[in-house]
Ligand binder design. Structure first.
Ligand code: ADP
Ligand code: MG
Length: 205
């Protein structure tokens, strides 16, 4: 699915996409949180870009681990540790690899979700990033790994549907949970940023 050079290229593109969507994501967080999601993530990925050259000769697992550690230390809020742990766990799933297959990508997402749940103790249906991540994983498993592009497209479609679903439910985790019923009608910022990331991967592979 992607060589190490392509993985590095994808990380740069993810960083650019988060930068382009920073205002959009922050506006979403303004509605049901504290309005920092996009700005914080963009700052984190900017730092990731600065750190990437120093680890470019390492394997994909180590590179993703570095991405995760950088996000933990620069993003802050709830999503910094959550995304950071997700990338670190995804890195663990592809230790010492110089190339990732579609099967590896499924293993990475599965590990990433495990990391988010370990840290955040949320389940599907609580109006968080998991409402995009878990359906994406399920859809990619269902699509199968024979055609990586088709697999990613299926995952992206499910993630987008997951974002739409977050509009219909009450937040029970994170800052948005303080709003109770008033969180209905708004899409979750974290589910939205995950979809931006997955869309970038799907468009690049
Ligand atoms: P904060 O809420 O601390 O300001 P951000 O604005 O960066 O953090 O991120 C908010 C996003 O984090 C939410 O939209 C949601 O997707 C995600 N989130 C918050 N708490 C959890 C949790 N316990 N598990 C999974 N995701 C969570
Ligand atoms: Mg916030």
């Amino acid at each position: 699915m992607a060589t190490k050079t392509q993985v590095i290229d994808i990380i740069h593109k993810v960083s650019a996409a988060i930068g382009e969507n920073a205002q959009f994501l922050t506006d979403l967080d303004n509605a049901i949180g504290d309005g920092d999601h996009g700005i914080n993530l963009a700052r984190g990925f900017k730092k990731v870009e600065e750190e990437l050259p120093a680890v470019a000769d390492k394997d994909i697992g180590a590179i993703l681990k570095k991405v995760g550690m950088t996000l933990v230390s620069t993003v802050g809020g709830a999503s910094g540790p959550l995304y950071g742990t997700a990338f670190m766990k995804a890195g663990d799933a592809v230790k010492e690899k110089e190339e990732v297959t579609a099967e590896d990508f499924i293993a990475m997402l599965e590990a990433g979700i495990g990391g988010v749940q370990l840290r955040g103790k949320a389940e599907k249906g609580e109006k968080t990033m998991l409402d995009a991540m878990i359906p994406a994983l399920d859809a990619m498993r269902e699509a199968g790994t024979a055609d990586a592009k088709a697999m990613l497209e299926a995952g992206l479609k499910a993630a987008k549907e997951g974002v739409e679903y977050t509009k219909t439910i009450i937040a029970t985790k994170g800052r948005a949970s303080y709003l109770g019923e008033r969180s209905i009608g708004h899409q979750d910022p974290g589910a939205s940023s995950f979809t931006v990331i997955l869309e970038t991967v799907a468009n690049t592979v």
